[in-house]
Design a protein around this ligand. Structure first.
Ligand SMILES: C[S@@+](CC[C@H](N)C(=O)[O-])C[C@H]1O[C@@H](n2cnc3c(N)ncnc32)[C@H](O)[C@@H]1O
Length: 323
């Protein structure tokens, strides 16, 4: 059956409008640029956590294309969707970004139509085209590369997500005199990390951790501080290189694990309000210290948390007093 594309696209743009996209030019672009051209095939998650390739022959292809959802287009860096094959296991390595997140970032990019814009995450890193008025990244990076700052015009913006498992740090930086400064956007976002960066395997880390004994103590703050929109961002920035894993053992209490690449881990027993910590870094101590700093600063909202990337690449995070 031929889909009613007009109705699908109208409902799609309506969703973006409800998410706060008001700029007529962007609304028009989302309405008129067909998303299906970029996603002739993609992967859909099956209830058992595997991935099924689908294409236009699937009955719900069109509703998925015009849903406000990320569509996974590649697994493990090499595998493309095969609609006729059985579902497969794998880790997403490329996707068509969730439209409302893209809309928010394009809005923050603040373009009028005459700028030179570099998008990172479409097959890029292109000094020949520099300098750019705007840089927008659709893969995340642990820190902002100096090359991006060097290739941005004076007064230009960089919109990017930092690679963290905590806090969803999405920021707009403005470049002046080789230094990039800005505050985090009121709403967060997250992207898969750029390929050059190693990603910790939590299952492997867990297998090593369960054979080790750490030091235990009571927690001063509940695990939920990690998910606070504002405190969670500051924690993510101050406690870098941390992966998290929620676990509910069949015969035990719910647990929250934090792992670092140097082998450090913290495990919170959510029913006992206790933490066990192991390794050179005491990760939960670091989390509580960051939370206390955020409280002492008057609990600032995300848009009062800032970053300056200096000419040498140092990242300085700042908390402004809440207004
Ligand atoms: C989430 S997808 C975004 C695709 C598209 N730009 C969008 O927003 O729908 C992230 C993309 O970043 C690309 N990528 C990964 N590592 C990269 C790197 N080091 N430099 C540039 N692009 C990279 C991947 O190939 C992938 O296509």
């Amino acid at each position: 059956m031929t889909p009613d594309l007009d109705a699908l696209r109208t409902a799609y743009v309506e969703q973006l409008r409800r998410h706060g996209l008001t700029e007529a030019g962007w609304l028009d672009a989302f309405r008129t640029v067909p998303r299906e051209v970029f996603v002739p095939r993609f992967f859909r998650r099956t209830p058992d956590g595997r991935w099924q390739g689908i294409d236009g022959s699937s009955p719900d292809y069109w509703t998925e294309v015009y849903a406000d959802r990320t569509l996974v287009t590649q697994l493990d860096g090499t595998r493309d969707p095969q609609p006729d094959a059985e579902p497969v296991a794998g880790t997403p390595s490329s996707s068509s970004t969730q439209p409302s997140l893209m809309a928010m970032m394009l809005d923050a990019l603040d373009v009028t139509g005459s700028e030179r814009v570099l998008e990172i995450g479409t097959g890029t890193g292109w000094p020949d085209g520099a300098r750019y008025h705007r840089v927008i990244a659709t893969c995340s990076v642990p820190s902002v590369p100096l090359a991006w700052i060097d290739q941005t015009e004076e007064g230009g913006h960089i919109v990017v997500c930092l690679w963290r498992q905590l806090g969803n740090p999405l920021i707009r930086l403005t470049v002046h005199d080789g230094t990039a400064t800005g505050t985090f956007l009121p709403t967060g976002g997250s992207f898969m990390p750029a390929r050059a960066y190693p990603v910790l395997n939590e299952q492997q880390a867990l297998r090593a951790a369960v054979r080790q004994a750490g030091q235990s103590r009571e927690i001063a703050y509940p695990a939920s501080i990690l998910d606070d929109d504002h405190a969670g961002l500051w924690i993510g920035l101050q406690v870098p290189d941390v992966s998290r894993l929620g676990l509910h053992p069949i015969n035990g209490n719910e647990q929250l694990w934090l792992f670092a690449p140097d082998g450090s881990w913290s495990m919170l027993d959510l029913a006992k309000d206790a933490v066990e910590q192991y390794g050179p870094r005491h990760l939960w101590d670091e989390v509580e210290r960051a939370y206390r700093e955020w409280e002492d600063a008057g609990r600032p909202t995300r848009d009062h948390i800032g970053l300056t990337v200096t000419r040498t690449g140092e990242h300085r995070y700042t908390l402004s007093e809440a207004l």
